[in-house]
Every structure is written in structure tokens, then in C-alpha cells.
Design a protein around this ligand. Sequence first.
Ligand code: CTP
Ligand code: MG
Length: 226
Amino acid sequence: MKYTVMIPAAGSGKRMGAGQNKLFLKIGGHSILYHTVSVFQEDPNCEEIIMAVKPEEQAVIEEILELHQHAKPITFVKGGGERQNSVAACISAYEEKGIVLVHDAARPFLNSSVITELVRTANEKGAAIAAVKAKDTIKYAEAGAVKETLDREKLWLVQTPQAFQYKLLKEASDSAIQDGFLGTDESMLVERIGHEVQVVESSYDNVKMTTQEDLAIGEILLARRK
Ligand code: CTP
Ligand code: MG
């Protein structure tokens, strides 16, 4: 089943502390952004890529992405101050119906089997998110004191991609903008308009490159794939 992917890439990577957008940092000789886009260039079901970028970085990004052969059409839009604003810019640039995926440019090790399951589930139920089971015990604390130990069996660590029927994502995004609500992922916006979101079990490989340690993990993950 076909889909379009929206990729927010307009961050600055402050926690990585590299003094530049972390997406330009290299793992195994290629930038993080290159690896992330490769997954979608190689997936025959991906029809189109819509990417939010900082205007001053677009030329460099286009140069990086020209390295892909059999390139699919990429539409660039201007990113916003927060991740949610960057995704909203992608949503505004799209008019079709069907299934859309939102995927962080900073997650380069996504498996295509997860994409297939997300698209299938979103088509059937409207919204689906990639997530992994929590490995650690998670406690809820206030002012440094534990208030509750949460049931690990019911806890999921949420990743991207998140897949949606386009109409539902657009409605959720428009509603959040109208109410001045800022969420940390798209599914939150969908939950808040009362629509159920399905969980699709993903892989621990699908880490977000956030701090320096993640780059070292990325090198290992890439070597293991080869
Ligand atoms: N992103 C974006 N627009 C923003 C902020 C983030 O498009 N205003 C993108 C990032 O480029 C990244 C994804 O959203 O691909 C996930 O965000 P995150 O990992 O937080 O990246 P940064 O915001 O760049 O990093 P940091 O929070 O450490 O500054
Ligand atoms: Mg951020």
C-alpha cells in the first residue's frame, strides 16, 4: 500500500552539541539525513517525500540527497520554531488523501517491515505509532519522591514513524494550532480530538540520534546491517 512521508529536518540539534544541525553529522561516511532518506528511497511503497528544512540549509540538503539514485520527488517546505510547526508546514503542503507517515530525520535505522505494518494499521484504524516495550521499570515521581510504580507491561516508548489517514492528521493538526496546543508527537494531537491510536511494535534499533553517545551506537548499528 502506497504512502507519502513527511520528514521534519529543520531542528538545530542542541543536545548533540555539534555546533551545527546534527543531521549533517556522519555515520559510516554518510550523513544521518542521507541514511534516513535512503530507507524511503528504497521502499517501493513510498511515493513522495515532503521535508521541512531551514531555508538556509536547503541547498546543502539538496546536495546530500542528490546522492540517491532513482530519486523520488522531494518537496521542501520551510520548517518552524518547534517540531510540531515543521510538521504542520509539511501537512499544509499536501492536498491528497490516503496514508501519510511522519518520521524524524534523526532516526536513520528504521526497518521497512515496521513501515508496512504502520501503513496497514493506519489504513484500517486511522492512526498507528511505532513503539518499543519499556525495558526498565518506570516510576512516576514528584519533587524527587516516587508517587507510583507504573505497570511495565502497559508502557511503550514511542518513536516515529507515526502513520495516519491524511484527513485525520490534518484535522488534529488544525485543531492543535487553533487551540495553541503544543504536543511532543503527532499522535498526541490525534488523541486530543478523541481518536484512538494503535501501537505497532517496532525495533530498539530505531533510536533517535540525540546526544553524542547515540552516534557511537549508530556506528555499531550500521556495521551490523552491512
Ligand atoms: N525538527 C524540526 N523543526 C524543529 C525542531 C526539530 O523539523 N523546529 C526535527 C529535527 O530536525 C529532527 C526531529 O524534528 O529530525 C526530531 O527532533 P529532535 O530530535 O529534538 O531534533 P532537534 O530539535 O534538532 O534537537 P535538539 O532538541 O537537541 O535541539
Ligand atoms: Mg528538538
